[in-house]
Design a protein around this ligand. Structure first.
Ligand code: IVH
Length: 393
């Protein structure tokens, strides 16, 4: 590929990624899976590395996607709200561990592994124990002020108890999400009322936090997990020295913290934790899209610092999607050995749990009617216990 061709491809990728950012962050109606999005991002990164002439500070590889919504007031973040570098392969994790070891000049690094919640990032600012402001990530520098909506989450307290050593002002960050059981319940209720089905828990969470009616937020029953505590005044200290202590402090404040946290000191240890988490995944009542691997000591996190887009002390490791969304092209009929006729969904090909899927079962007519699935609809497919994928909704 010559420079001219590369330039054209880079521009095309940037346009395409910008369009998908808009669909994901602003409209909460993504058209492609995270894995497909990351493939575009990786391709663009490769080209930008290979052809430095194509570099551009505005490139989506260097910027955080924005969920800014002009209907809400905006406020500046106390600390930038960044993204995480994604990875899919063992080699990516090996490279991360090596880079951290090299930059710190230390071989034995304590890491933690925890679930990566597939929800929406939120920031909660407390001063003298009172919730002062709640924000979305926005463009990473400024977020939308959605305090009233966030207070409708049962797990977000308007006031927190005093915890020894904490500064008077601090910001807590985490991820709002919708439990799978609650999502199902909401869709059953909507079905009974003849309302359109909600597409998936993440989009429902994003859409809910951006409604202008707090009563709607309350009725949805969102949940939250918190995983970061930052002092509002940069000079203020915190009474913990590592990420594990940070989570313990959050729990002391009465905030929900994900119970899964595994320590690891090397790549094998990290993969043992990743395997544990992946095997737990089917039992979880929420969607995760992978795990986050973090350098545990906060002092070392600070030393590693961050790029404009993501901290250098953390890495997201993505699991293969268990559910994927695609378009129903047609419905065909399959006649079984015993003469049973099964409706089959013909789909736009999509990645699911590591393979490309273009057909899925619709089980039978009753099911088809009950789910009100029609040609041209966007459908969510999953691999059940058996090999043949099915249309969930
Ligand atoms: S730590 C980037 N831990 O993933 C600052 N993030 O891709 C450090 N997320 O905006 C974030 N689960 O909202 C962290 N256990 C977890 C997470 C997590 C989900 C979200 C987070 C962040 C995004 C970055």
């Amino acid at each position: 590929m010559d420079l001219h061709e590369a330039g054209r491809e880079v521009r095309r990728l940037r346009r395409e990624i910008a369009r998908h950012n808009q669909l994901y962050y602003q409209d909460a109606t993504p058209e492609i899976s995270d894995a497909e999005y990351d493939a575009l991002d990786r391709r663009l990164r490769q080209l930008e590395a290979e052809f430095p002439e194509c570099a551009d500070a505005e490139s989506p590889t260097l910027r955080v996607g924005s969920d800014t919504d002009s209907r809400f007031p905006s406020a500046r973040h106390s600390h930038p709200m960044l993204s995480l570098q994604n990875s899919y392969e063992r080699e990516d994790v090996e490279a991360f561990v090596q880079r951290v070891q090299k930059e710190l000049g230390i071989d034995e690094i304590p890491f933690t592994v925890e679930p990566k919640m597939d929800g929406v990032a939120v920031a909660l600012r407390y001063r003298d124990g009172q919730l002062e402001m709640g924000l979305t990530r926005g463009d990473g520098t400024h977020g939308d002020v959605i305090t009233g909506n966030l207070l409708e989450l049962e797990e977000i307290p308007a006031a927190v108890p005093k915890v020894a050593g904490l500064p008077s002002g601090f910001e807590i960050r985490g991820e709002a999400y919708l439990k799978l059981s609650r999502f199902q319940q909401l869709n059953e209720e909507r079905q009974e009322r003849g309302e359109e089905q909600l597409a998936n828990p993440r989009n429902t969470t994003a859409g809910t936090l951006k409604t202008l009616d707090p009563a709607v937020v309350r009725s949805r029953g969102l949940s939250v997990f918190l995983f970061q505590l930052l002092p509002l005044e940069t000079s203020a200290g915190v009474p913990f020295t590592d990420h594990r202590g940070e989570l313990a402090a959050l729990a002391q404040l009465g905030l929900p913290v994900n119970p899964f946290l595994r320590p690891a000191t090397d790549v094998d240890g990290i993969f043992a934790a990743l395997d544990d988490l992946e095997s737990l995944r089917p039992q979880l009542d929420y969607q995760i899209d992978g795990a986050v691997i973090k350098v545990d000591p906060l002092e070392w996190q600070e030393r590693l610092s961050a790029t404009a887009k993501a901290p250098r002390w953390g890495l997201a490791y993505k699991f293969a999607a268990e559910e994927s969304e695609t378009r129903l092209r047609a419905i065909t009929l399959q006649v079984g050995r015993t003469g049973v006729i099964t409706p089959v969904a013909e789909l736009d090909p999509v990645e699911l749990a590591g393979s490309t899927i273009s057909r899925a079962t619709l089980h039978n007519w009753d099911e088809l009617q009950r789910k009100d699935i029609r040609i041209g609809d966007r459908v969510v497919i999953a691999k059940g216990g058996d090999v043949i994928p099915k249309v969930l909704r």
